[in-house]
Structure formats: C-alpha cells, structure tokens
Ligand binder design. Structure first.
Ligand SMILES: [Zn+2]
Length: 223
C-alpha cells in the first residue's frame, strides 16, 4: 500500500510518485523546491566526481610516467577551463608546484597569487609554497621574508604560543641566511620579532598580514 513520505497519508487508492510523494504534496512549492535542490545536488555531485576522478587518474599516471606536461594539461582543463563548484585548494596548490617543476615559474606565481585571494584562511600554506619557490629562484631575502609571513599566518590560527613553531622557523631561516652571509644573531633577532608578533596577537581566522609584512620589511631594510 502506498504511503506519502510527506503527509503520511496512505490508502489503497493513493498513488505516490517516484520520490514517494502523493499528488497533493508533490505540487507543494516546498516539496518542489526540495526536489529541485536534490536534482541540483546530484548534478553537482556528478560534475565533482568526474573532475576529481580525472585528477586522481592523472596523478596515478604521473606517478608512473613522470610526464609533467601531461598531468598539467589535465589539471588545467579541470581547474582553469571548467566550472568548479567544490573547494579545489589542494589541487590548485598542486598545480602551482607542477608548474614550478616544469620551469613555468610565471604560471606558478599566477596560481599562488590567486590562491592568496581565493583562500586567505590557507595563506600559511600558500605563503610557505611561495617561500619554497623564492628559494628555488635564489631570491634569498624575499624567501626569508615569505617564510616569516608564512609562520606568522600559521601561528595566528591558534590562540596559544608554541616555542617549537618559531624554533622551526629559525632552523629554516638559517639555511637561507647562510646564502646571504647573515650571522646566527641576525636570524635570532628575526625570530625574536616573530615571537613578539605572535604573542601579541589573538586567534583570528584571517590574520592581518600587514603587521607582519611591515615588521619583516623594516628588519630587511637594514640588512
Ligand atoms: Zn502527501
């Protein structure tokens, strides 16, 4: 015996549609909206599954053949030529790294700069990738500057201060500082500035990077 999913009516002569609603309920705007939303969601899911499926297949292929241009072509097709209705932050970041590997530095920078605007809550990760790129481009001073911002962003995501965070910063900065012939004291001074900035700030979803940029730029002016 048919039973309506919405009003609960049932009876020998009651018929329900494929979705389980009686004729009266199926015509209600509320139910029609629900059905429309469900159809849209199914449509979005199908697009997502196709896009993520092609990206995952391309990654598996790349693991075997290491063909950079091939994997980049798939990522570009999905991320730059098609409509994306899901959060593709990690995939966009991955594309920036494939560009870098392929020596397409300008494309990599374009993608990273876009990510800073698209996903400010992920800036610590985007800025860290920028740091790696600057290091690779032998722009040591800019690299240290970006490392500083990346650590500032990362620590502002938590409302407590952890010594080991800036300890890690010091270690990473030291590697680059050697190329600039900076002393250990220079790096320690910079770490001190980072410590001070982080201790002062409270938990914010999107930290104010300007304060951090101003601080590190002032420091770098005298270097
Ligand atoms: Zn009904």
């Amino acid at each position: 015996m048919a039973k309506c999913k919405f009003c609960g009516k049932s009876g020998l002569f009651l018929s329900v549609n494929a979705e389980g609603f009686c004729k009266k309920c199926a015509n209600k705007p509320f139910i029609q909206n629900l059905e429309k939303m469900k159809a849209e969601r199914q449509h979005d899911d199908a697009i997502f599954n196709s896009q993520i499926g092609r990206i995952n297949a391309a990654r598996e292929q790349y693991a075997m053949d290491k063909d950079l241009e091939k994997i980049i072509a798939v990522y570009e097709q999905v991320l730059l030529k098609e409509d994306i209705n899901w959060n593709a932050y990690n995939q966009r970041l991955a594309l920036s790294e494939y560009y870098l590997k392929a020596g397409r530095n300008n494309d990599s920078w374009g993608m990273l700069n876009q990510l800073v605007m698209l996903a400010p809550d992920m800036n610590y990760k985007t800025r860290y990738t920028m740091f790696k790129q600057l290091k690779k481009e032998n722009r040591h001073k800019d690299a240290i500057r970006m490392l500083f911002i990346s650590y500032y962003d990362k620590n502002n995501g938590v409302n407590y201060f952890k010594e080991e965070f800036t300890e890690k910063f010091e270690k990473e900065a030291m590697v680059v500082a050697k190329k600039l012939s900076w002393s250990e004291a220079d790096v320690k001074e910079l770490r001190g500035l980072l410590d001070g900035l982080i201790k002062k700030t409270v938990k914010k979803p999107n930290p104010d990077e300007k304060i951090a940029f101003d601080t590190v730029d002032k420091f770098l002016q005298n270097k």
